[in-house]
Design a protein around this ligand. Structure first.
Ligand SMILES: Cc1cc2nc3c(=O)[nH]c(=O)nc-3n(C[C@H](O)[C@H](O)[C@H](O)COP(=O)(O)O)c2cc1C
Length: 187
């Protein structure tokens, strides 16, 4: 065990669905390089919407006044060397579960948009029913937003034509790519 950690955040409510399947394959890849891995199911966590109170801007040594399950996620971010965020595409965008977490990433920022945490590698996963490039502008904007939050977005895995439960598992190339990305997250 190298002591390095990779944490995956899953924004799909479907247990064992396409997003989870791909994230678990990526974590297998990370584990194959000796990483300690953590899987978080956002759907089972209680994450309130950001209240826009700016407490996070006045408190440098803490992240958010709201002590809900985001506190676990802030700790995960501090303690992880690399992070994966996976979401199904819902209505052309990320799921509400994923967006709730990302809005609360506001607590990572100090005034002047400096981050309270060290930069870390981030891989993104989007599972969708539609073909590959259908949401490329949205995904590019999401990458840009996460880079602004000082994540180093190294990989984006889009899982197209995955409208059915279990679709991702049957796509050998996609699963192999997921494993490869996971295995490269600590490079
Ligand atoms: C509420 C809802 C909205 C969806 N919206 C879209 C969409 O806008 N575009 C798309 O390609 N697929 C859409 N889908 C299909 C899912 O993105 C797709 O089935 C995905 O693989 C589900 O991932 P999961 O198995 O991890 O939940 C939607 C599914 C649901 C339930």
């Amino acid at each position: 065990m190298s002591g390095l950690r990779v944490t995956a955040f899953c924004g799909s409510p479907r247990k064992g669905g396409n997003t989870e399947t791909l994230l678990r394959k990526m974590l297998q890849g990370a584990e194959s390089t000796g990483a300690e891995v953590v899987f978080r199911d956002l759907n089972s966590m209680s994450i309130r919407g950001c209240q826009g109170c700016d407490w996070c801007k006045e408190n440098e040594s803490d992240f958010c006044v709201n002590k809900d399950d985001m506190q676990t996620i802030y700790k995960d971010l501090v303690n992880s060397d690399s992070v994966i965020i996976g979401s199904p595409v819902y209505m052309f965008q990320m799921s509400a579960q994923t967006k709730a977490m990302i809005d609360r990433f506001f607590g990572l920022l100090l005034p002047g948009f400096k981050s309270k945490i060290e930069e870390k590698k981030l891989a993104l996963v989007f599972s969708q029913g539609a073909p590959e490039d259908s949401f490329k502008d949205y995904i590019a904007a999401t990458e840009k937003m996460l880079s602004f939050l000082k994540f180093n977005v190294t990989d984006v895995l889009v899982a197209p034509d995955c409208g059915d439960y279990g679709s991702a598992e049957g796509k050998t190339d996609l699963m192999a790519k997921a494993f490869r990305i996971g295995a490269s997250l600590l490079d």
